[in-house]
Design a protein. Structure first.
Lengths: 287, 126, 226
C-alpha cells in the first residue's frame, strides 16, 4: 500500500533531486509513495502570531486532503513542509479555537487525525536500519559524513518530537552508519544556516554558512547531508561565492541524505539529480 | 505607543509574558543573529519589560531567521520566537514592507528555491 | 395578458423594481442605467460585466456575470467592471516554459496564502487557487489547462490578499504552453512549408487574375450539397 506523499513546491523545481531520490530510495526498499492528487504550497513557515489563522489554512487543507486517503499518514521530506504541516496538525489537535476556526473556514471535519512522517522515520521504523545494512553496496563505505539537521526537523521539541534528543539528534547518523559510511561528530548539526535571510540579510547567512562548512571540514567530514532544500542551497550556492572570493577555502559537497542513500542502493544516477549541485558531489560517490 | 499598550499588544499577539524573563542571556548566546543584530533577544526582552518603543524600531527583529533556538533553550519557558514575531507583526500590519520585491537581485530571484521567497515574504513583508 | 412579475433589487445600494427573471444587465438598463463600460459581448464570454451580490439575511458573497445572472428578489449587487491589474511585458518567443519565467514576471505568486477566495468568487467555477499553485511550482501545463476557461473578468483579483493578478499569470502560462510546450501541429507545419515553397502559387495567381464573371461562374458551379 502506498503512503500519501506531499512533495512541496520546491521539490518540483529547484530540488527535483530530493524528490526523485526520496521516491527511488524508498521504492528500492519496498515503500511506495503516492503523491496527493491536488495540492498547493504548504506556506513554508508556521505563523507565530496567535491571531494569524490565514497562514495555517493551506497546511490545514493539505492535512485534511491527506486524511481522506486510506493510509492515515502523510510523508513529506522538505524540512520546512514537515515543520509547518506537523505544527499546524498539533495546533488543530490541541487548540480548540484553532481547530474550530480552520474547520469552519474550510467547511470540513478534521481533528488532527493525519500522522506526519519524515522519510528518516520511515527508514528507521518501517524499513529498519539493521535490515538496511544488508541491502547496501560499497559505494559510500568509509565515507566521512557530517549530518546537518538544521532547525525545522527538531524544533520546537514538544511539537516535533523528532528523535529523542532535540539538541543532539542521531537518526541521520544512525542511517549513515547503516549505509556503511562514517558519521563524524559535528557540533553545528542543529545550528541555523540563515534560512530566508538569504533574501534580505545576506551577510548574516554567509557568516553562518561559513561556520557550518568549516565546522564540518574541521570534524574531518568529506560531505554534508541535509533534508532541507533551503539549507542545501545556502550551504552549496553560497559556498561557491565564498570560494570565488577566497581561493584557500576548502570546498565540501552538500547533498540530500536520500542522494547518499541512493548511491548506496544502486539507484540509477538520473534519479538522484546530482548534476544540479554547485559543488559537485559525484566524485565522492564513485566508491 | 504607551508602555502598557505595547506590552499588552505583545502579550496578546504572542501569548507570552516578557516579565518572566530573568535576563540570563541564554537566548542571546544561542541566537543565529550574533554578529549582525544590534540588539540580541535578551536586550529586546529588556526593552519590552521597560515598555520601550525602541523594541518596535529595532532593526534586529528583521534579521531573525525563526530558528527557534531561543525558544528551545529559554529556562523560563518563554517562546521568545513568538515575541519577536509579535514585534514584526505589529510593524507589518501598519504597512511596513521590509523585504521589498524590487530590491531582490534578479539572479537571486531566479536561482533561490522558491521556499525562500515564500517564507521571506511571509516573515518580512506585509 | 398575464401580469409581469416584478422583483426588487438593489443596484449599488439603491432599490429598483425590475421584471423578474431578466438578466442583471437588462435589469440595470430597465432601471435607467446606460452601459458605456462594464458591458461587452452580452453572451458570457468577454468578462466585462463581473458582478458581486448578496442575498437578504445571508452574509455570504456571491458572484456572476451581469449578462447571465437572473434578477432575484432582494439581490444586493454591484458591478466590478474593472479592477487595477499588474501586467508584465514580455516577448513570448524569447521566454522559456519554466518556473523562473513565472517568478521573473509575477514573483508575487509566492505570496499566495491558499485562502481560496479566488476560486470562490470565480463566475466560471474555475479552480483558480489550483492553477496559481501549479504556476508556483512550475507546472505550466497544468496551469494552462486549469485556467483555460478564464474570461479575465478580474473578480479574483479584487479578492486576493496577496495582491496577485491571477488571470495575467494564467494567460502567461497558456501562452507559454501554446508556444513552447504543446507539440507542433505537423500537418500545419507541412502546409506552411508547401505554401512557402510555392506549391499553390499557380492556383492563387490564376484566381487573382480572374474577372468577376468567371469568379461568379466558378462559385456557382462549386461542389456542394443540394
Amino acid at each position: 500500500m502506498a503512503i500519501p506523499y506531499f512533495p512541496g513546491c520546491t521539490l518540483k523545481t529547484k530540488a527535483t533531486g530530493l524528490d526523485s531520490s526520496t521516491r527511488a530510495t524508498l521504492a528500492a526498499l519496498g515503500v511506495e509513495l503516492a503523491e496527493l492528487p491536488d495540492w498547493t504550497c504548504c506556506g513554508t513557515v508556521f505563523p507565530l502570531a496567535q491571531d494569524n489563522y490565514m497562514g495555517m489554512v493551506a497546511a490545514a487543507r493539505i492535512l485534511i486532503n491527506a486524511s481522506k486517503e486510506d493510509d492515515g499518514r502523510l510523508v513529506t521530506v522538505c524540512s520546512f513542509c514537515y515543520n509547518v504541516l506537523k505544527r499546524v496538525n498539533y495546533a488543530i489537535k490541541n487548540n480548540e479555537e484553532t481547530r474550530t476556526k480552520l474547520t469552519q473556514y474550510l467547511e470540513e471535519e478534521y481533528a488532527g487525525e493525519t500522522k506526519l512522517v519524515h522519510p528518516l522515520e520511515v527508514l528507521r521504523d518501517d524499513v529498519g536500519f539493521e535490515a538496511l545494512q544488508g541491502k547496501v553496496n560499497d559505494k559510500v563505505k568509509g565515507l566521512k559524513v557530517a549530518c546537518y539537521y538544521g532547525c525545522m526537523l527538531s524544533r520546537p521539541a514538544s511539537e516535533m518530537q523528532f528523535d529523542d534528543e532535540p539538541e543532539n539528534p542521531t537518526i541521520m547518523e544512525d542511517l549513515v552508519g547503516a549505509m556503511g559510511a562514517e558519521p563524524v561528530d559535528f557540533k553545528y548539526k542543529t545550528k541555523c544556516c540563515g534560512s530566508y535571510q538569504v533574501m534580505k540579510t545576506y551577510d548574516l547567512v554567509v557568516k553562518r554558512v561559513r561556520e557550518i562548512l568549516e565546522g564540518a571540514t574541521a570534524s574531518g567530514a568529506q560531505a554534508i547531508i541535509t533534508s532541507c532544500p533551503l539549507c542545501q542551497f545556502n550551504l552549496d550556492w553560497i559556498q561557491e561565492k565564498i570560494a570565488e572570493e577566497d581561493s584557500s577555502f576548502a570546498k565540501i559537497p552538500v547533498l540530500y541524505f536520500t542522494q547518499l542513500l541512493g548511491a548506496a542502493l544502486d539507484v540509477p544516477a538520473e534519479e538522484l539529480g546530482l548534476d544540479k549541485h554547485y559543488v559537485d558531489p559525484k566524485a565522492l560517490l564513485k566508491g | 505607543m504607551a508602555m502598557d499598550d505595547l506590552t499588552s499588544k505583545i502579550r496578546d499577539i504572542s501569548e507570552q509574558n516578557p516579565n518572566l524573563c530573568m535576563q540570563c542571556g541564554t537566548c542571546s548566546a544561542s541566537c543565529t543573529g550574533i554578529g549582525a543584530m544590534e540588539q540580541l533577544p535578551r536586550q529586546v526582552m529588556r526593552l519590552l519589560q521597560l515598555g520601550k518603543d525602541k523594541a518596535l524600531e529595532s532593526s534586529s527583529i528583521w534579521m531573525c531567521t525563526t530558528c527557534l533556538t531561543c525558544t528551545a533553550r529559554c529556562p523560563r519557558g518563554i517562546d521568545i520566537a513568538r515575541v519577536m514575531e509579535a514585534l514584526r507583526v505589529i510593524n507589518l500590519r501598519q504597512g511596513n514592507e521590509v523585504l521589498v520585491l524590487e530590491d531582490i537581485p534578479l539572479e537571486l530571484l531566479t536561482e533561490v528555491p522558491q521556499m525562500a521567497l515564500t517564507s521571506g515574504f511571509r516573515k518580512l513583508s506585509a | 395578458m398575464p401580469e409581469q412579475k416584478m422583483v426588487n433589487i438593489y443596484i449599488m445600494g439603491k432599490q429598483y423594481e425590475v421584471p423578474a427573471g431578466v438578466t442583471i444587465m437588462k435589469a440595470m438598463e430597465y432601471a435607467g442605467y446606460q452601459f458605456i463600460r462594464g458591458c461587452g459581448c452580452r453572451g458570457g464570454f468577454c468578462g466585462a460585466c463581473g458582478t458581486v451580490y448578496r442575498k437578504p439575511g445571508d452574509f455570504r458573497l456571491y458572484s456572476g456575470l451581469a449578462c447571465q445572472l437572473q434578477a432575484e428578489e432582494g439581490m444586493y449587487l454591484s458591478q466590478i467592471p474593472f479592477y487595477p491589474a499588474n501586467r508584465s511585458t514580455y516577448d513570448l518567443q524569447e521566454l522559456t516554459p519554466e518556473l523562473s519565467t513565472i517568478l521573473k514576471h509575477y514573483p508575487e505568486v509566492t505570496r499566495c496564502l491558499g485562502c481560496n477566495q479566488c476560486t470562490k468568487i470565480c463566475p466560471q467555477g474555475l479552480n483558480v487557487m489550483d492553477y496559481i499553485a501549479a504556476a508556483q511550482r512550475g507546472d505550466i501545463e497544468k496551469a494552462a489547462h486549469l485556467s483555460f476557461d478564464c474570461i479575465m473578468c478580474g473578480l479574483c483579483v479584487s479578492r486576493c490578499p496577496a495582491e496577485i493578478v491571477h488571470y495575467n499569470v494564467g494567460i502567461l502560462c497558456r501562452r507559454l504552453y501554446g508556444r513552447h510546450i504543446i507539440p507542433k501541429a505537423q500537418h500545419l507545419a507541412k502546409r506552411v512549408e508547401e505554401i512557402k515553397s510555392g506549391k499553390f502559387d499557380e492556383e492563387l495567381n490564376k484566381l487573382m487574375s480572374m474577372g468577376q464573371e468567371e469568379l461568379t461562374k466558378l462559385y456557382d458551379d462549386r461542389d456542394m450539397e443540394q
